[in-house]
Design a protein around this ligand. Sequence first.
Ligand SMILES: Nc1ncnc2c1ncn2[C@@H]1O[C@H](COP(=O)(O)OP(=O)(O)OP(=O)(O)O)[C@@H](O)[C@H]1O
Ligand SMILES: [Mg+2]
Length: 332
Amino acid sequence: MDDPVITATALRKRNGATRALDGFDLAVPRGAVLALLGPNGAGKTTAVEILATLRRADSGRACVAGFDVAREPDRVRERIGLAGQYAAVDELLTGRANLVMFGRLNGLGAAAARRRADELLERFALTEAAGRRVDGYSGGMRRRLDLAASLTRDPQVLFLDEPTTGLDPRSRNGVWESVRDLVGAGTTVLLTTQYLEEADRLADRIAVLDSGAVIAEGTADELKSRIGGDQIDVVAAGAGDLGAIAAVAARISGASPQVRTDERRVSVAVSVSARIGVLGGILRELDAAGLEVEDIGVRRPTLDDVFLGLTGRAGADAPAGAERHETEEVSA
Ligand SMILES: Nc1ncnc2c1ncn2[C@@H]1O[C@H](COP(=O)(O)OP(=O)(O)OP(=O)(O)O)[C@@H](O)[C@H]1O
Ligand SMILES: [Mg+2]
């Protein structure tokens, strides 16, 4: 972390009565992909908009690519690209016309803007659709066009606000590939996401944002190891037993369990050396208490466990059809 290209210190910003950012601190090393992970309303868009100079913080300080975002916004703007949460492209123009327009807005001459547009269309597999109006594009094509539009000027730092929300798994993979290519070419990327899997798969570092402040930061492995050891999962046969099962899990493990009501699941952290004993103990107690269980097992912790442990809420699942990783349950 000796050369952070994005730094934010004690940023605060009110949106009306809401403290959208409330002591936001961050440092992103050059060439990294950092995922800002947080639920709806956590302040992700507000943070990106301040770092990308679209809005000013009420207090605190941020520097991007070596310049202060409040004092030298023009210098910052020359060095960044931004693909916002809501599409910036013009629906009534063709894909190519949009990219030429963005190139011109970014100061390229007419010929250079056309050349750049064609390169980007090729790179994002939009050449065939280039002459069609954007209102006929699929969601994935629009996202790719948005991403292309943010790159008309080879940014040092790229901000992507929820780049894959609403995309199917194949389009999502396409966006991930593009991001990896950019990082391979030296771009630093700050992306926001609600998807734990996206943060896990794509990001070098993850900052968990909740109520306007970063509550944990590190690699996915570092965050997972904070939980310590493995997780024992108990899936209740009936939703009414969750409280009683959680009490048993707490008593036997000595740790405080997390309860996911929607999945009828109680999860509790356990050290690797103690896991079999704890599992057996929980099973015996549940049996003695007549609490029926649909499934019970030991697994490695996921980012979801980290998120739930930190925020008290489950993270968003990836869209339907996406693979889930690291949930090898060992049924007892
Ligand atoms: N223009 C606005 N006026 C008033 N409140 C706002 C405005 N924009 C955002 N907010 C509030 O500020 C807080 C942070 O919003 P922000 O859009 O930064 O969150 P987010 O993490 O990007 O959420 P999402 O996942 O829904 O995109 C929220 O509580 C939101 O309700
Ligand atoms: Mg947002």
